[in-house]
Design a protein around this ligand. Structure first.
Ligand code: DX5
Ligand code: ZN
Length: 216
């Protein structure tokens, strides 16, 4: 699986998100951007809505990787795909029709991902593994950028990577939260291939070197 860094524009200037997107896109090798959607309920913070995604879409060729941290993502997947989301990831934790929602994302023409928080068992991913294009393992409790990477998630990456290898599943394994060129390499060694980097990417003095370290 080709390794990919997905800069998270949560760490950008929210009054000039298009600039953050351009900054990411100007870095050779960057193909994805990660867009965090928060509802102030599933996570204790608010971020962007479909209108933000729609307005960013024409200015960028990057693959829009949308991470829905919502209690009711099934009510919003259509809006985010129509706005330009190309992958939409939803969490296992809230109560809503997960499988139906994953299928709906694909029917709408996007790829779909399933995500667990650091405290959620990898077993909870099992029913969805054959139905997803991406598995996202949170390496912080979601809600805010700039938190410390949780090393206790590394064995969970190894578990999911083993399931993927044993079953020839085609999904990506993405990590999100506190990922920099050091912690990202730990994730890579554990089996991750897709690295969401917010603070670390936007603060990196040499974004190309940063990206190459993880995408090598
Ligand atoms: C956390 C978000 C992340 C966030 C990561 O709730 O899901 O995508 O942007 O930010 P950093 O890389 O700063 O931890
Ligand atoms: Zn995210």
């Amino acid at each position: 699986m080709k390794p990919l860094v997905a800069p998270s524009i949560l760490a950008g200037n929210h009054a000039a998100l298009a600039d953050s997107l351009r900054e990411a896109e100007a870095t050779p090798g960057i193909e994805w951007v990660h867009i965090d959607i928060m509802d102030g309920h599933f996570v204790p913070n608010l971020s962007f809505g479909p209108q933000t995604v729609k307005n960013l879409r024409p200015g960028s060729k990057l693959f829009f990787d949308v991470h829905l941290m919502l209690d009711n993502p099934h009510l919003y997947v259509e809006a985010f795909v129509e706005a330009g989301g190309q992958n939409v990831t939803i969490h296992t934790e809230p109560d809503y029709p997960h499988l139906e929602t994953l299928k709906k994302i694909r029917e709408l023409g996007a790829t779909c991902g399933i995500c667990i928080n650091p405290g959620t068992s990898t077993e909870d991913l099992q029913p969805f593994l054959e139905h997803v294009d991406l598995v996202l393992l949170m390496t912080v409790q979601p809600g805010f950028g700039g938190q410390k990477f949780r090393e206790d998630v590394l064995p969970k990456i190894e578990t999911v990577a083993k399931w993927r290898a044993d079953n020839d599943y085609p999904f990506r394994i993405e990590v999100d939260g506190g990922v920099d060129d050091g912690t990202g390499l730990l994730c890579k060694n554990a089996g991750a291939d897709t690295f969401v980097c917010g603070t670390a990417f936007f603060k990196a003095p040499d974004k190309l070197a940063f990206t190459e370290t993880l995408q090598a």
